[in-house]
Design a protein around this ligand. Sequence first.
Ligand code: IMP
Length: 197
Amino acid sequence: MKKIVFATNNAHKLEEIRQIIGNMFEVLSLADIGCHEDIPETAPTIEGNAEMKARYIKEHYGIDCFSDDTGLEIDALDGRPGVHSARYGGVAHDSERNIDRVLSELKDIPLERRTARFRTAITLLQDNMLYTFDGKVEGRILTERHGTGGFGYDSIFQPIEGDGRTFAQMSGEEKNAISHRGRATAKLVAFLLTQHH
Ligand code: IMP
């Protein structure tokens, strides 16, 4: 099976991506290629960060790869946390703190004005060509957590296209079918398939 590196060590993301393309590619993580350093993500946009990560892997490890970056944009917060989603609560990758800060900043905002979206940018660096694929899902931020599945902000995000459940109340397949990363991944996969047939 053809190998492809996904520039992440996030077990949830790896599992999601493997659910989608696992029958076509052996998806390797950063740990699988021996990369244990913290890759800089200091660009002002999610597209910039995805590109930064992919270029870093190419430069330091010499292999083609794809990387992703996701942001949650909340309209009542002028698009925040956006590119700062991972460390919004002050500690990198502490989802509980991130959610606490979002809920407290939105506490006086009624449900109809709690509109938000997840946006994902995936960058594929292949044969020195750079390709970008995007995906988004519209929804709103609930006033408290619902569900225990998924990760990150899933328990407070209710997608518009669903039946009222949050992403954290859905199965992986249900979330992937409408999610930001699911959609960006579908574009990546369609592109990869045109090359491998
Ligand atoms: P990154 O793309 O891993 O940098 O993600 C940025 C932030 O968004 C992190 O806090 C993640 O937990 C969160 N995040 C990324 N993807 C998702 C998702 O599918 N659902 C909920 N939160 C997510």
